[in-house]
Design a binder for this molecule. Structure first.
Ligand code: SF4
Length: 180
């Protein structure tokens, strides 16, 4: 029989018949356990993502079994593979079509830094076009590493202030990428 683990309740105050916590902790818990990934896979690292989705590693254990191929119903952009410079504007467009809050994971050496392709045609890291929250190293990274990256994004989502996206610091970050 399979064992189902329940997500821990956020810190709060409890007593007989009541439990009180703050709004941002509840929202953070819900967001962290229902991240919908948009897999932007262009090459070999995408195969590792397929393994991460499949039954052996089973990303649904983290509430992320629903890959979205529409940016409007996704909150985690996972870029996996070599990104040619010509593809850079497309990655940016996909990011811009996602609603806030959104997170980005660069999966594998190519997405992180261009990897072994230090050439005229390859983007030397997707952080040249969009802000990245988590970098997963490796060529390719194993599914365990991709899952660890997902857990890091969960940590960010869980602990992020509800007001962060309205902060001047965040607006400046987007402006530095010329994202309105
Ligand atoms: S990091 Fe390695 S495995 Fe991943 S896309 Fe690049 S060359 Fe392929």
């Amino acid at each position: 029989m399979s064992k189902i683990n329940m997500v821990e309740a956020p810190a709060g105050v409890e007593g007989s018949g009541f439990f009180a916590t703050s709004f941002d902790k509840v929202i953070g818990m819900a967001r962290a356990n229902s991240l919908w990934p948009l897999p932007f896979a262009t090459s070999c690292c995408g195969i590792e993502f397929m393994a991460t989705m499949a039954s052996h590693y089973d990303i649904s254990r983290f509430g992320s079994e629903r890959p979205s191929f529409s940016p409007r119903q996704a909150d985690l952009l996972m870029v996996m593979g070599t990104i040619a410079k010509k593809m850079g504007p497309i990655v940016k467009q996909v990011y811009q079509q996602m609603a806030e809050p959104r997170w980005v994971m660069a999966v594998g050496a190519c997405a992180c830094s261009g990897g072994i392709f230090d050439s005229y045609s390859v983007l030397q890291g997707i952080d040249r076009v969009v802000p990245v929250d988590v970098y997963v190293p490796g060529c390719p990274p194993r599914p365990e590493q991709i899952i660890e990256g997902l857990m890091k994004v969960q940590e960010l989502a869980r602990n992020e202030s509800l007001r962060r996206r309205n902060s001047d610091e965040y607006k400046q970050l987007l402006e530095s990428y010329k994202i309105g």
